[in-house]
Design a protein around this ligand. Sequence first.
Ligand SMILES: NC(=O)c1ccc[n+]([C@@H]2O[C@H](COP(=O)([O-])OP(=O)(O)OC[C@H]3O[C@@H](n4cnc5c(N)ncnc54)[C@H](OP(=O)(O)O)[C@@H]3O)[C@@H](O)[C@H]2O)c1
Length: 275
Amino acid sequence: MTNTPYIIVTGAGGSIGQAITRTLAHAGHNVIMACRNVAKDTPLCDKINNECSGTVTIMQLDLASFDSIRRFADNIQERGYTIKALINNAGVMNKEYRTTREGYEMTIGVNFLGTYLLTELLLPGIIDGGNITFTTSLTRYIGKVDEQFFNLTADNYGRFKAYSRSKLATTLYTAHLAHKLSARNIHVNAADPGVVDTGMIRMDAWFDPLADKLFRPLISTPQQGATSALSATEASCSGEIFEKTRHHTIPKRLRKHRYTQWLIAEAERLTTRRG
Ligand SMILES: NC(=O)c1ccc[n+]([C@@H]2O[C@H](COP(=O)([O-])OP(=O)(O)OC[C@H]3O[C@@H](n4cnc5c(N)ncnc54)[C@H](OP(=O)(O)O)[C@@H]3O)[C@@H](O)[C@H]2O)c1
């Protein structure tokens, strides 16, 4: 069993994550559900295992804690698991300013910094020819990455500001890694699920009930939203953005973004264990 390659799905208990996990398990893949709250998501893991012959395992991962991320990666290594695909699906968009265990703004911390650390730690265990998928969003178009990227505070926080920055940074990292891993033939792509009927699009505002009635029926279901990540995870191309089954190369202005090298160097510096 330990030599059978696994697909790791972060945020596997969330709306899109469930759809990704169930589809992969039904297709016969061995899946690791990487979940922040194992107690909450274990019934789902059991249910999917009962439904199909796929082997689904659940493991704890809190992307808002470097210790948790390192424990998860150590655990994978100690169990001797090899990885054929990593699907970085977990993400947050918080109304209020919050911070990670290490004190970074939560959206940047989980969507970009934690996801960066997890990916870097798992890289040696990903088989040549494997796949890494990151989750982006249309908000990358309004995001900004510059030397103020990690400096969001309670005073200058806005949920779209933080979220769009995190998704732009994730897309820059996707392009960077796609180039870096081309020699190992590891396919690195971004998946954009579109606008999907999940808890994430709730605005905690007076118009939510109205939007639930008028807007939600028109947008993608979680299963439809999962198509982008599922397509990217089967891809034999790299450096592309998948929107459902269609894909296009990450635009040049992002591939050549002037802050990518700075962003990666900072991410490495901030996540390097000291002492
Ligand atoms: N919904 C949309 O319209 C839309 C559009 C574009 C992109 N996306 C992206 O799609 C992905 C999935 O989102 P969704 O809509 O399915 O939202 P969701 O239902 O809220 O799922 C988010 C998942 O991320 C997990 N997560 C949050 N913080 C975490 C942490 N610190 N450590 C580990 N896992 C954590 C959540 O775990 P818990 O269940 O424990 O909270 C949950 O499983 C996200 O990356 C999101 O940004 C969504």
